[in-house]
Design a protein around this ligand. Sequence first.
Ligand SMILES: Nc1nc(=O)c2c([nH]1)NC[C@@H]1CN(c3ccc(C(=O)N[C@@H](CCC(=O)O)C(=O)O)cc3)C=[N+]21
Length: 236
Amino acid sequence: MKNEVKAEVDEIVASGGRRPHLCVLLVGKDAARISSESIKLPESTSQKTLLQVIDKLNKNQEVDGILVQLPVPGHINERSVCNAIDPSKDVDGFHTVNIGRFCADQQAFVPATPAGVMEIIRRTADATTTICHRYTPPEQLTVFTKTADILVVATGIPNLITADMVKEGVAVIDIGINRIKDEKTGKIKLVGDVDFEGVSKKASYITPVPGGVGPITVAMLMKNTMKAYRKEINFD
Ligand SMILES: Nc1nc(=O)c2c([nH]1)NC[C@@H]1CN(c3ccc(C(=O)N[C@@H](CCC(=O)O)C(=O)O)cc3)C=[N+]21
């Protein structure tokens, strides 16, 4: 590493900010405290510099888990960044090694949001899985949503799913996180992709936003961090 780049990286890492904010207390033999550190880099940061910061964290024995908050600015290749993280510290499960191992039924770090959703559903029973996406015609979308026993929504479109689109007794999991302006107060508020007000009247279960998938995602990230700390995942 060139000296001036190294100095820059050292400075960025050193200015990484305050430490013990996030305190997760586990009582019993696993009692531990997870400390976390946010390293905020300017938008203009080059890919090279970012990769060097990651490399330093990879080599730092004190660091068990690394998460690069996505999305990254356009001049940075997301895949290269995810793949720069040591797979054994990849608590996001975004490294191709972890994705590949997961798909091949090998031990791996699994992404926190889907793991959280599975935790919510907590069922291993057979289910037919169908996927709709941005090219699903709107009138067809309703055909699918109306037949669903479990409806998992992640679109980024506020109020996409309304009461008329679901069947009585459906279980709804809302992964959407949208910041919209509240018509009444003028304040920015957080909503999901589901019209909670209407759909909750028909649903047997429904996760709210905020207070649903978000917090359980964080919990799954903590779980992965503990797995990384204990070196529980065997990458052989
Ligand atoms: N590498 C990477 N991994 C991620 O897992 C990742 C990411 N990048 N980029 C952004 C998204 C989004 N995400 C959230 C997690 C928890 C809440 C959460 O806990 N939300 C609270 C509300 C928080 C608030 O009020 O702002 C809630 O829903 O109750 C939100 C969003 C993880 N992401």
